[in-house]
Ligand binder design. Structure first.
Ligand SMILES: Cc1ncc(COP(=O)(O)O)c(C=O)c1O
Length: 398
């Protein structure tokens, strides 16, 4: 056989998957840092705090006891039970353990749930801007995206009026996040429930991504599951990544109608077998009252940072359209200075060492003139970042 060069026969769909640009900025910021540059990281969407000591302890103890094997695909029964109790205690929500499934990050929960629902060609409605991976999950299933532009007038969120306006009979599922990434905005429960009922009447699912649940400021944490009665078309996605500060442990969960559970179970058995076992033992500890009290203190730190960032931006003369109600992001319209948010972020990083994320990751329609700032660094750094941004803007103006 002649020694022919290998021409990798790759799938077509893989070539259509868009990069998550924040990872590129993060890589570049880290490269500059390793050259000795002073970098302020406001690009990546994860808490800067390490996971709690009790998590490490619980995972370590489980490992020492030899509990390092696969768990059932739906997750450790004790953890599913504990989450059911968590909903009862904190949200007065009746959620049976049988409806809860643990997954490797909520990313896998989103993929599983969409795989269980979406046929090639089915319509999936998302808001624009949105968490970007959602679009790629739909693309992987050959689903069709219905992007609904949202702006400051609707708190950058979907609402019943927008849903009605963009409704098409072949929409099978609508996916929202509250609080949302990249805007930190919240959908009120009454609005969510009216959308859930509208969709139930049309035989469509509502997926509510509650991954930033717990990270809300000036208002109590909420879950759509606390509403009674509620229609059977609601699926909730959640994670130990954000409020619980366990991004690297890769553990999330979903709460789905009973009818979906055997399908989700079968999919999980094939796709990843089970969520990581040490992470599940660690999560048992993070749901204990003393751990939750520590996380509450961290929430207060995020609340303070939000105020520091928002107020410093305003003091620098920057217009902000909405005060984020949760998560740890500020979505900022930079159209006064650019229509190319990627170049803006690139130049800002190179010239000032402040790493932020271009809106093109999140918004197909207007992302080119938005950027996302993550307040996942301390207040002092946030103030310094705003000063550097203000200096940078002056160089554009001059
Ligand atoms: C809205 C939203 N959903 C889901 C995820 C996925 O997170 P994880 O897989 O760590 O649970 C993220 C991560 O940033 C997010 O912002």
């Amino acid at each position: 056989m002649p020694n022919l060069p290998f021409q990798a026969p790759l799938s077509e769909i893989a070539s259509h998957i868009q990069p998550f640009r924040v990872m590129k900025i993060l890589g570049e910021a880290k490269a500059l840092q390793s050259q000795g540059r002073d970098i302020i990281h406001m690009e990546i969407g994860e808490p800067d705090f390490p996971s709690l000591e009790c998590v490490h302890q619980a995972a370590f103890e489980a490992a020492q006891l030899g509990l390092t094997h696969y768990t059932p695909s739906l997750g450790l029964p004790a953890l599913r039970q504990k989450l059911s109790q968590f909903y009862q205690t904190f949200y007065q929500a009746n959620v049976s353990a049988e409806q809860i499934m643990l997954t490797p990050g909520s990313s896998s929960a989103l993929q599983l749930v969409l795989t269980a629902i979406v046929n090639p060609g089915d319509n999936v409605l998302l808001t624009d801007p949105t968490y970007p991976c959602n679009r790629q999950f739909v693309n992987l299933l050959y689903g069709q995206l219905v992007n609904v532009p949202s702006d400051a007038d609707s708190n950058y969120q979907l609402n019943l009026a927008l849903l009605k306006q963009h409704w098409q009979p072949d929409i099978k599922v609508v996916l929202v996040a509250s609080p949302a990434n990249p805007t930190g905005t919240v959908i009120e429960q009454a609005e969510l429930m009216s959308m859930a009922r509208f969709l139930a009447e049309r035989n469509a699912f509502l997926i509510v991504d509650e991954i930033y649940q717990g990270l809300v400021y000036d208002r109590p944490a909420e879950s759509i599951l606390a509403n009674h009665p509620r229609p059977d078309n609601i699926i909730v996605i959640n994670s130990f990544s954000k409020f619980f500060g366990m991004t690297g442990w890769r553990l999330g969960w979903c709460v789905a109608p009973k009818i979906l559970m055997p399908i989700l179970d079968r999919l999980a058995q094939n796709l990843f077998l089970a969520a990581p076992t040490p992470a599940q033992y660690g999560a048992m500890a993070v749901l204990e009252p003393n751990a939750l009290a520590q996380l509450e203190l961290r929430r207060a730190v995020f609340a303070e940072r939000r105020d520091v960032l928002f107020n410093s931006m305003q003091a620098a003369g920057f217009k902000l359209k909405v005060m984020p109600q949760g998560a740890f992001y500020l979505y900022w319209d930079v159209s006064e200075w650019t229509q190319d948010s990627e170049q803006f972020c690139q130049d800002l990083l190179n010239k000032t060492g402040v790493a932020i994320t271009p809106g093109t990751d999140f918004g197909e329609q207007e992302g080119h003139h938005y950027v996302r700032l993550a307040y996942t660094t301390d207040s002092e750094q946030l103030i310094e970042a705003v000063n550097r941004i203000a200096d940078f803007i002056k160089t554009i103006k001059d």
